[in-house]
Design a protein around this ligand. Structure first.
Ligand code: PLP
Length: 383
């Protein structure tokens, strides 16, 4: 079996599983905010986890706010920045943001803000020149910017550092959606100098329903969930302490796998080259752009991605197409549309996303399986 949908969700990592098995036997299980012995012990476990997460992510202990995942982190930042008496009305996002950003921005549009959507080029990178122009044009009117570090479909890495530099010059709050970036490439929050970054436990091999909001100045954060003052008043509700402990285990495991990035990138490129050699019409989306080591978004124009997905599934290989289905007709995703990709290519995509410790041989098996599937489906198509 090859699980190749890590950008969708990562299975619980082996280290996390081992940790939990021992942890379940050992306890304690108490409210980390209680002042009795078991509560304090539970709190100590969770705070140790916070400090371990801070170390891997290059953040201060206080800059780590545990929550339920990236969507919550993103909503919290929008709420925090936009709920102040904000005279500035413009929110800048890009055309390839995840719905966690896009839909939140549009919610604020319904409350009087103006959403401006940055174009992306055919490689799937946001248009930096256009961004710089908008900053000049709208000086003093921009309430916040929300742009991702790496795209979930294409794996294309965005010029988020350049965007951050421009935002810092104009003192504009910048939320960088680092959901796909953290865990797949080294990241240091302090060195990035970002205002806000997010991460999601289920993308890292930690328990689902966990996450971290990274905040440069937590004292200025306006909480979305008020509750009983947990997380130093930044996020109410009894913490998911077990889940938060798994975040620390998963992040420490990932850190050890960063050494695999160059071998994986090389193997991924060989895999893509082999498919292009076998089928010259095959398109690798974002091929020329810097991409995450573990993501390939591939299309055989004229063969529906969903048909390829089913073929691969019959070979025990799990990928996604990430195109929605309307009246049984696969439609090109909004990310690919923003890149100006034709429907012929857009309907044909499958996303192959592995993790940093996936065996390199997976790419050999994926090559064979895709060649087999494309050959079979090509015959069916030509009847
Ligand atoms: N942002 C990006 C880029 C994502 O890929 C995802 C999940 O796929 C999210 C945000 C939302 O993450 P979650 O559903 O874990 O809250």
């Amino acid at each position: 079996m090859i699980y190749a949908d890590y950008n969708g969700s990562a299975p619980l990592s082996n280290e996390v599983r081992q940790y939990l098995l021992k942890r379940f036997d050992k306890g304690p299980f108490a409210n980390p905010n209680a002042i009795h012995y078991l509560g304090v012990k539970t709190l100590m476990g969770m705070e140790n986890a916070r400090s371990a997460c801070a170390k891997v992510l290059g953040a201060d202990f206080d800059q780590i706010i545990f929550n339920s995942g990236a969507t919550e982190g993103i909503s919290t930042v929008f709420h925090s920045v936009l709920s102040n008496e904000n005279q500035k009305k413009i929110i800048i996002i890009s055309g390839i943001e995840h719905s966690a950003v896009t839909n939140t921005a549009h919610y604020y549009a319904s409350r009087g803000f103006i959403v401006k959507t940055l174009p992306v080029n055919s490689d799937g990178r946001v248009d930096l020149e256009c961004f710089a122009q908008w900053l000049k044009l709208e000086t003093g009117n921009i309430a916040m910017v929300a742009i991702m570090a790496a795209n979930n479909e294409t794996g294309v890495i965005q010029p988020y550092q350049e965007i951050n530099t421009l935002c810092l010059e104009d003192n504009i709050p910048f939320l960088c959606d680092t959901t796909q970036y953290i865990g797949k490439t080294p990241f240091n929050f302090k060195e990035s100098n970002l205002d806000y970054a997010v991460c999601s436990g289920h993308k890292l091999g930690a328990m689902t329903g966990t996450g971290i909001l990274l905040v440069k100045n937590p004292e200025k954060l306006n909480p979305l969930i008020i509750g009983g003052g947990q997380e130093k008043g930044h996020r109410g509700g009894t913490q998911n302490y077990l889940g938060n402990e798994t975040l620390a285990v998963a992040l420490a495991t990932i850190e050890k796998n960063f050494d695999n990035i160059s071998a994986l990138t090389k193997k991924r490129m060989e895999f893509e080259a082999a498919l292009k050699l076998a089928f010259p019409c095959v398109v690798i989306i974002g091929e020329k752009a810097p991409r995450l080591a573990t993501t390939t978004y591939i299309s055989y124009p004229g063969i529906h991605g969903q048909a390829v997905q089913i073929e691969l599934e019959s070979l025990d290989i799990f990928v996604t197409t990430s195109s929605a289905c309307s009246d049984n007709m696969p439609i090109t995703s909004k990310v690919l549309k923003a890149m100006g990709i034709s429907d012929d290519i857009g309907r044909g995509v499958v996303r192959i996303s592995l993790c940093l410790n996936s065996p390199l041989e997976y790419y050999d098996q994926l090559t064979d399986a895709l060649i087999k599937s494309y050959r079979k489906l090509n015959k069916v198509n030509s009847f």
